[in-house]
Design a protein around this ligand. Structure first.
Ligand SMILES: [Zn+2]
Length: 292
């Protein structure tokens, strides 16, 4: 808790000193920084928030199934909450992918739980790219397991945002936990770092092909299947718009000014990340040889 309280204090102080509350640091970001909580999604499915990151928590007859640990401090907090609210052991942890902001700190749950991840995530963890629990079960394409009356369907999304990203669908609630490939009503992260855009679109299409009713994302609000489609359409429209301008010979600095994606003016992080989205898209289109 201390670190998050400090972070919140720091953000507030920075906002006061700079006099830019609502500009450089939006109110919503201030409210979210350092925030932890558990909210019910549907039935026995819950969502755990740690500032800007979310993970899933499912109560079964036999115990608790968790997803991404986020970090060791978050796990310490969640561990105490789980003991208080459910008084059941954590039996399984499912890792969405190996990126440090989602997968770190899994070892803080201790020994004895089944840790499930994609086989490539296990390789990244073994290579020391993130400090977390060692997966005890891995899979390549699809895997499902049932525990305490709940079924978990795990699907590999393919290469795109990382090469080890999976989606988790919980039944009977039909809630999907999807991280990073789809962040509802928020423009994609910065300049699409290390991302093949066509493959990212492919990952979102895999999500669209899953059977679920509620989307519980790793970032952003609880939403539904339509939000996955909206995200794919955003990426496709951005790609088409930037490609047309590049083909017309326009410099990237001018494209930044003309590709405004007005349709998405209400989406989160648009003011801070749209320009980066455009630059990242232009860079990828050029590097991928799409501009003739
Ligand atoms: Zn990631």
């Amino acid at each position: 808790m201390r670190k998050s309280t400090f972070l919140l204090g720091f953000l507030m102080l920075a906002a006061i000193v700079l006099g830019v509350v609502g500009a450089a640091i939006p109110d919503a970001a201030l409210a979210q920084a350092g925030k932890r909580g558990i909210e019910n999604v549907k039935g026995d499915v819950y969502r755990f928030q740690n500032s800007f990151h979310y993970a899933m928590l499912v109560e079964t007859a036999d115990g608790i199934v968790v997803t991404d640990p986020i970090n060791a401090e978050a796990v310490a907090w969640l561990k105490a909450e789980v003991a208080k609210r459910f008084n059941k052991p954590v039996t399984h942890m499912v890792l969405s992918h190996h990126h440090g902001d989602h997968a770190s700190g899994g070892e803080a749950w201790g020994d004895g739980l089944t840790v499930i991840a994609h086989e490539k995530a296990a390789e990244h963890i073994a290579a020391g790219k993130v400090t977390t629990a060692t997966p005890t079960k891995t899979f390549a394409d699809k895997m499902s397991f049932t525990t305490g009356g709940k079924t978990f369907e795990l699907t590999y999304l393919g290469v795109g945002h990382s090469d080890d990203l999976i989606a988790v669908v919980v039944r009977p609630e039909n809630v999907a936990f999807v991280v990073d490939a789809v962040s509802p009503r928020r423009v994609p992260y910065r300049d699409f770092p290390n991302t093949d855009i066509d493959k990212l679109i492919g990952q979102i299409k895999v999500v669209e092909g899953l059977d679920f009713e509620i989307l519980a994302p790793g970032h952003g609000p609880i939403s539904g299947p339509q939000d996955a489609t909206d995200m794919r359409v955003y990426v496709e429209e951005l790609k088409a718009a930037v490609l047309a301008e590049l083909k017309a010979g326009k410099p990237v600095d001018d494209i930044v000014a003309s590709v405004t994606m007005e349709k998405y003016k209400d989406w989160g992080s648009r003011d801070s990340w749209l320009e980066l989205n455009v630059r990242g898209m232009a860079r990828w289109l050029q590097e991928a040889g799409k501009v003739e």
